[in-house]
Design a protein around this ligand. Structure first.
Ligand SMILES: [Zn+2]
Ligand SMILES: [Zn+2]
Length: 304
């Protein structure tokens, strides 16, 4: 069994930094208060749960993992993530409690879900075990059957699956490195990236301009991986002038990166302006105005 204690991430230390980021978001956009409070509540619950969380990922052999990545295959297609139904179910019950103490809309959704569970028409453990990037039909189907809002059900599912998949990713990535991965989808679970991050490198005396590094972040398992700064993650264009971006003056740390060739966009953060770890969930929940900005320009979100 792999406990999340063995992971390289220290979530207790990140909490004060996360709170500072939450305050900065609210200062710029007070309308996101409910979203920010919700994310912080879910995140604290996930931290408390970490010591009890169980996953049993299959051992990854370094040479074979590299071979997988050279062929562009995410590890989940080759190795068993070893998800634990009981662990998923326990966190589901915990998260359902968190949602049930939320606003009226969340409470009503939880009541409907509980009704379906009691009637035996919905089995969360089996359903959670099957969750994968690209299997949105699992969410859509269950939401239709239970008659509950799809976004709420998806958020509840992700709150439960994310820490489990994050522990799988931590375990697998501790055994190998990402040098052979060139894809724009997640090297662990195969999800399209949810967010892009740029970070400036310290300039050396030999360079006129310091280089910029770019990392893509997975919304499903929390993995981040390097990707060329000017390549389009959707169509692969590297043509000069295709990589463009939109931004607002009030939030210089946020951008919408888009491609003039395929008209796809990906929200982006400036890692040098945001302290500590980037919380992809928090950034995605509080940047709906960037989606509106992009969609006003007839751009579509990145998907594969
Ligand atoms: Zn992933
Ligand atoms: Zn493109």
């Amino acid at each position: 069994m792999v406990s999340a204690r063995s992971s390289g991430r220290n979530h207790q230390v990140t909490l004060p930094v996360l709170n500072r980021r939450a305050e900065a978001i609210l200062k710029a956009r007070p309308a996101y208060r409910e979203m920010v409070d919700f994310y912080l509540t879910v995140f604290r619950c996930q931290i408390e749960w970490r010591a009890k969380l169980a996953v049993h990922p299959e051992e990854v052999e370094t040479t074979q993992a590299r071979e997988c990545w050279r062929r562009g295959t995410p590890l989940v297609e080759r190795y068993d993530p070893g998800l634990d139904a009981e662990s998923l179910l326990h966190l589901w019950l915990e998260m359902k409690g968190v949602f049930g103490r939320g606003n009226e809309v969340l409470q009503q959704a939880v009541e409907k879900i509980e009704g379906a569970e009691a009637a035996g028409t919905f089995t969360p453990a089996a359903w959670l075990l099957e969750q994968r990037p690209g299997r949105s039909e699992l969410i859509t189907g269950a939401a239709g059957e239970i008659e509950v809002d799809e976004t709420i059900l998806a958020t509840l599912a992700r709150a439960v699956t994310f820490p489990h998949w994050e522990a799988v990713a931590d375990y697998w990535l501790a055994l190998t490195d990402l040098a052979d991965w060139k894809g724009s989808h997640c090297p662990v679970c195969g999800s399209p990236p949810g967010l892009s991050e740029t970070r400036g490198e310290r300039a050396t005396s030999a360079e006129i301009k310091p280089a910029t590094k770019r990392f893509l972040h997975c919304p499903f398992c929390g993995t981040q991986w390097p990707f060329p700064p000017l390549e389009c993650p959707a169509c692969g264009s590297t043509k000069p002038g295709d990589a463009k971006y939109l931004f607002t003056r009030e939030e210089p740390e946020l951008r919408v990166d888009f491609c003039r060739h395929c008209c796809r966009y990906l929200k982006a953060v400036d890692g040098d302006k945001i302290p500590g770890t980037i919380h992809v969930g928090l950034e995605l929940l509080t940047t709906a105005h960037l989606d509106a900005l992009a969609q006003d320009k007839q751009l579509s979100p990145l998907e594969f």
